[in-house]
Design a protein. Structure first.
Length: 206
C-alpha cells in the first residue's frame, strides 16, 4: 500500500494594521476572544501607558535607553517611530509561539508591517509560511475623524496629525493581502475571522 504524504496546516503570523481610530484594537480583541489559543504579540514602546494599560499585557513599556539596547542586540523583528514614539516586536516571542504551533496576532503599524513582510519573504522559512496580513480601513476619512473626536482622548492638533498620517497609511493598503472595511463592527469581525479560517484551509508544504 502506498502511503501518501498528507498536506499540513500551519500556524499563522497574522499582521493587522489600520489608521488610528479605525477600530483595529476592538477587532483584534474580538478575534482573540473567539480564538483563545491564538497568541497576542505584545509590542515594546517608549511611550507612557494610557488609561488602564498594563506593562506586559498591553505593551512592554521601555525607556529610550533600554529600547536602544535591544535594538543593538538584534532582539527586534521590527521597530519603528510612530507618532513620535518608538515601537518594536521581539523576534524570539514570535518565533517561539510559531514553533509551538500557535497562531500569532500582531497589531502593528504600516511601517512595522513592511519590515515584517520583508523579513518573512527574505528566506523560505517559518515566518514566510506563516505570514498573512490584513489592513483595516474606516469607510471614509470623514468617518475616521468623527470617531477620533467622539472618543475624546486627543487634542485637535493630535487629531489633525492622526488624520494626516491616516491618509498616508490608507494609501498603502494595497501592500496587504486582505482588506477589511470597518463600517459595521460585527460584519468586520466576521470578515477578519473568515480570513483566519480560510488561511488555515490553505494547503501548506510540510
Amino acid at each position: 500500500m502506498t502511503t501518501l504524504a498528507m498536506p499540513t496546516t500551519r500556524p499563522l503570523l497574522l499582521v493587522v494594521s489600520a489608521p488610528s481610530g479605525a477600530g483595529k484594537t476592538t477587532l483584534c480583541d474580538r478575534l482573540l476572544a473567539e480564538r483563545p489559543t491564538m497568541a497576542y504579540s505584545v509590542s515594546c514602546t517608549t511611550r507612557a501607558p494610557r488609561g488602564a494599560e498594563k506593562h506586559g499585557t498591553d505593551y512592554h513599556f521601555l525607556s529610550e535607553a533600554e529600547f536602544e539596547r535591544r535594538v543593538a542586540a538584534g532582539e527586534f523583528l521590527e521597530f519603528a517611530v510612530v507618532h513620535g514614539h518608538r515601537y518594536g516586536t521581539l523576534r524570539r516571542a514570535v518565533e517561539d509561539a510559531l514553533a509551538a504551533g500557535r497562531d500569532v496576532l500582531m497589531d502593528i503599524d504600516v511601517q512595522g508591517a513592511a519590515q515584517i513582510r520583508r523579513a518573512a519573504f527574505a528566506v523560505n522559512g517559518p515566518l514566510r509560511r506563516a505570514y498573512v496580513d490584513v489592513f483595516i480601513t474606516p469607510p471614509s476619512l470623514e468617518a475616521l475623524e468623527e470617531r477620533l473626536r467622539n472618543r475624546g482622548e486627543d487634542s485637535p492638533e493630535t487629531i489633525a496629525r492622526r488624520l494626516q498620517n491616516a491618509r498616508g497609511e490608507m494609501a498603502r493598503a494595497g501592500e496587504y493581502q486582505y482588506l477589511v472595511i470597518n463600517d459595521r463592527l460585527d460584519d468586520a469581525t466576521r470578515e477578519l475571522s473568515a480570513i483566519v479560517t480560510a488561511e488555515h484551509c490553505r494547503i501548506c508544504p510540510a
